[in-house]
Design a protein around this ligand. Sequence first.
Ligand SMILES: [Zn+2]
Ligand SMILES: [Zn+2]
Length: 180
Amino acid sequence: MRGHAQQGHDHGDEALPGHHHHAHGACAEGATERAERLCRDRGLQFTPLRRDVLGVVAAEGRPMGAYDIAERMSGRGRRVAAVSVYRALDFLTEQGLVHRISSRNAFVSCGHDHGEGAGLVFLICRTCGGIDEMTAPAVESALDRTLASAGFTPTSRILEVEGECGACRGRGAPEGPDPG
Ligand SMILES: [Zn+2]
Ligand SMILES: [Zn+2]
């Protein structure tokens, strides 16, 4: 199976429906603001630890493991235990503020307002380690039909696809138009 979707064009990624790009770093503040609002609406506590964990993950823009997050937070004269980070990540994942990337045992922040249980596709670049989150209704409905015919009820429908992102492919490609 080919890793890449059938997209013949490298240009105009932004025009693809359902395609969102995570800006590195820029969305950390927006992510914590949004989380604060969401927790207030749901009557949940957005503790300083939860805020810091989300801030670190959102600023990274790449999947991050709990130990890396703990290390990043421990820098400035404090020691944060990985177990505390895991607890905060559990909370953030439950609220849909971060997603767990199973294949990496790592976490990314989510800046989208897709509903709970939405089918998601994560595009994980092996070259730069970047990750893109997409909602793919066509994949979702096809998967739902397949699961229904098997009598299977999913608790999550998160697909992880590894490969090479457009930016990395562009950098590695020889000059001139691709004849393919
Ligand atoms: Zn998401
Ligand atoms: Zn890449």
